[in-house]
Write a protein that binds this ligand. Structure first.
Ligand code: ADP
Length: 147
């Protein structure tokens, strides 16, 4: 517990945190990748969500562990394109860098998802600049509790 701040002050500090202050590194794969390439990224980077980008590096979709599990039941799943196992834009929920962390948290809860891409608008799409995951928020909570 941080005795330098009153509980009220601590709450104000958490409430004013921005997404860009706490976001993590997003792991991406190309929309041309196949199932097994994306699956190995899940293990190599030890993440639960991979963001899929198109040929312009713009957000195209998101693949989670459960999405991959579904495709794995297919006999020749290993060679199938990852686009068959992703939630596609415009159904992807995202957040901007200058939004509040509490808004990111609200989106995770509301949509029952583990991870949000942090994006920046470009002319014909959105580039991914980071991610906010449940782990990001648990780390933040611990930091706050320990001062
Ligand atoms: P898991 O599948 O490991 O439980 P999630 O709960 O995050 O992970 O994913 C559940 C479903 O929600 C999956 O079908 C996934 O594609 C989708 N999903 C995950 N993140 C997002 C997001 N940011 N926007 C929209 N859909 C998402």
């Amino acid at each position: 517990y941080n005795y330098n701040f009153s509980p009220g002050e601590q709450r104000e500090e958490i409430k004013s945190k921005l997404v860009k202050d706490v976001m993590g590194i997003a792991i991406t794969a190309k929309s041309t990748a196949n199932y097994s390439e994306v699956l190995s990224k899940l293990f190599i980077y030890d993440v639960g969500t991979i963001f899929i980008v198109d040929e312009n590096n713009h957000l195209a979709g998101v693949t989670s562990r459960k999405d991959m599990l579904k495709l794995s039941r297919n006999a020749d799943g290993q060679n199938l394109p990852i686009v068959l196992a992703m939630t596609r834009v415009p159904n992807v929920i995202y957040i901007y860098e200058d939004e509040l962390v509490s808004d990111a948290l609200r989106k995770l809860i509301l949509h029952e998802i583990d991870c949000l891409p942090v994006v920046r608008d470009e002319k014909d799409g959105k580039v991914i600049v980071g991610k906010i995951s449940k782990t990001t928020l648990i780390k933040l909570l611990l930091e706050m509790l320990e001062g």
